[in-house]
Design a protein around this ligand. Structure first.
Ligand SMILES: *Cc1c(COP(=O)(O)O)cnc(C)c1O
Length: 484
């Protein structure tokens, strides 16, 4: 791979294909489009042959790492394998070829799919109603908080604060701030659970809600959640669940039964639609009885004559995204749910939890476990032991790249020193898990014998260590001649 950009491969006049001369007279563009709208210069597109294009992008795809290539234990992200049948269904003409401006009667199948997907999500979550609109988990959070505000406003006081455990995902405080509430952190106790004494001190009439991730970001189920719910009820506050990762709960625990008022669900994690790199997602929100009236419009409903968009919801917070959500993502999630059925979904969660606990048992002799409780679908280790040798979590993550694996999430949750957060997901075989365990053990041994070597990693990737902050802050996404 020469590392050239496609623009740098350009050669004037080179074409991807040639056709015989046109046998008909073509209308001149100025006759069709007013001259002032026509460009004065040819666009500076790369001029390359077809094989150069193909080779360029195949080479790029080889540089990439993805779930189709190998194990991707990125904690909190649920990088499970996405079955290809999801893609086949999403590409069916009747789904891929429709347009959101079409009349309802022309797209009954699409409405039916969205209607039943909402029903399935209600059933899975035990909640009363669902909106499929939010395009990502973070947007689901914001929409959920808007519902909470609408509810409190109708009670006469929007309130001021939202409580968040100190282990919360970064999107939680961001959403709270954007929704106009004040972020108030709640301490975790030595078991990695919400500290009830701290919670009690923080609760008052100005608390709009508590946002909880369950299992939390340490991978531990909040076993005292019913007690938490009661404490919130006592001050009239609502309970929000960050359900980005339902991978541990399917068919086992229904958040609605616990008494959650809002739950966002990441279709692009639990329900196996591809994600990463900012691509399309799906962050439906599921709500309890008391929040249903505020859900975004349009809702999808049905009569004897078919399905329709219902805009007549006077208390609705309105629309939160263009059209009706990322439809192709909804099709993939629908396919996945139908393919597995009740029992299949339960097995997914059982396997996700089993896989995480298997890794824990195998790795415990080599790495510190951050909190002693039995985890659910992911585990959080600490590299504190290795750090004594000078090898940090980031060095271990980089060394894993050399050994053929994607790195786990590191330095999150923030309450764990040198955190290494591993989520194997349900889709990996025991053989794959064993190979990963071998790699992690090898690194632990290298950290003792040759810490300097580990700190040089990665040595086998196309580029070594990057200036990660610089890469994010000084983006260069546009090519121009002056880059040459
Ligand atoms: C991924 C994730 C989110 C955010 O979801 P996006 O779709 O990336 O916006 C929120 N909370 C938790 C716990 C997550 O894992």
């Amino acid at each position: 791979m020469s590392g050239k950009l496609i623009f740098e491969r350009s050669s004037p006049g080179r074409r991807g294909f040639t056709l015989p001369p046109l046998g008909v007279t073509r209308k001149k563009l100025p006759d069709l489009i007013p001259g002032s709208f026509l460009r004065k210069h040819e666009p500076e597109l790369p001029e390359v042959a077809e094989n150069e294009v193909i080779r360029h992008f195949v080479a790029l795809s080889r540089l990439n790492y993805h779930v189709d290539k190998g194990f991707y234990p990125l904690g909190s992200c649920t990088m499970k394998y996405n079955p290809k049948v999801n893609e086949m269904v999403a590409r069916l003409d009747g789904f891929a070829g429709i347009h959101p401006f079409q009349d309802e009667e022309d797209v009954q199948g699409a409405l039916e799919l969205m209607y039943y997907l909402s029903e399935y999500l209600c059933k899975i979550s035990g909640m009363k109603a669902v909106s499929l609109q939010p395009a990502a988990g973070a947007q689901g959070e914001l929409a959920g908080l808007m519902l909470i505000r609408a509810y409190h406003e109708e009670q006469g006081n929007p309130r001021k604060k939202v409580l968040l455990p100190d282990s919360a995902h970064g999107t939680n405080p961001a959403s709270v701030a954007i929704s106009g509430y004040k972020v108030v952190p709640v301490r975790s106790n030595d078991k990695g659970l919400i500290d009830l004494a701290d919670l009690k001190n923080l609760l008052d009439d100005d608390v709009a809600a508590l946002m909880v991730t369950n299992p939390n970001t340490l991978g531990i189920f909040e076993s005292e959640i019913k007690q938490v719910k009661k404490m919130l009820d006592d001050v009239g506050a609502l309970l929000y669940m960050d359900g980005a990762n339902l991978n541990a709960l399917l068919g086992i625990v229904r958040p609605g039964d616990i008494g959650f008022d809002v739950l966002h669900i990441n279709l692009h994690k639990t329900f196996s639609t591809p994600h990463g790199g900012g691509g399309p997602g799906g962050g439906p929100i599921a709500v309890s009885d008391r929040l249903e009236d505020y859900l975004p419009v349009p809702r999808i409903d049905k009569t004897d004559s078919g399905f329709y968009f219902d805009y007549n919801r006077p208390k609705s917070i309105g629309k939160v995204t263009t059209f009706f959500g990322n439809f192709a993502v909804l099709v993939r999630a629908f396919t996945y749910i139908r393919m597995h059925g009740d029992e299949g979904l339960r097995k997914i969660s059982r396997n996700a939890v089993l896989n995480a606990n298997y890794l824990l048992k195998k790795l415990e002799p080599y790495y510190e476990l951050a909190y002693p409780s039995t985890p659910m679908h992911e585990i959080v280790l600490s590299a504190d032991k290795q750090k004594k040798q000078g090898v940090k979590a980031i060095d271990i993550a980089k060394r894993l790249l050399d050994l053929g694996f994607h790195a786990p999430t590191i330095y999150f949750p923030l309450i764990v020193h040198e955190a290494i957060m591993i989520e194997p997901t349900d889709t990996e075989s025991k053989e794959t898990l064993d190979e990963f365990v071998q790699a992690m053990i090898q690194i632990a041994q290298e950290a003792e014998k040759d810490p300097e070597g580990v700190k040089q990693a990665p040595v086998s990737t196309p580029v070594g260590r990057l200036d990660e902050a610089g890469a994010a802050r000084n983006l260069k996404v546009r090519w121009s001649h002056s880059n040459e």
